[in-house]
Design a protein around this ligand. Sequence first.
Ligand code: SF4
Ligand code: SF4
Length: 97
Amino acid sequence: MTDYPSVSFEDRMERTEFRVAERAHITVDGDSCRGCTTKACVVACPANLFVPTSDGGILFNYEQCFECGTCYLVCNTEGAITWTYPDGGHGVVFRRT
Ligand code: SF4
Ligand code: SF4
C-alpha cells in the first residue's frame, strides 16, 4: 500500500489556483440543512467550505471548491446539494507553479 505524505490545509490551498466562475457550480439549500443531524459535509469537505450557523443552517461558498464531489456523496438529504461542474475555463487548477 502506498503511503501518501500528509499535506496541511494551508499547503493544500497554497498549491491550488481557483479560476472563479460567476455562476455557482454547487448550491446548498439552507432549509434542507436545518433538519440535518449529521452535518457530514462540514467534516468531509477538504476545502472547509461548509460552515454551520447558530440557527442550524449552513453557510456555503463555492469559490475555493476542489470539485471532488465528496459533499454530494456524504449528504443524505435529497435536494440539499445541487452539484454541477463549473463553466468551461473556470474552476480548480492544481499544482500552481
Ligand atoms: S449539505 Fe447535506 S450533509 Fe450538509 S448540512 Fe446540508 S443536508 Fe446536511
Ligand atoms: S466538491 Fe469537494 S471541495 Fe467542493 S464543496 Fe464539495 S466536498 Fe468541498
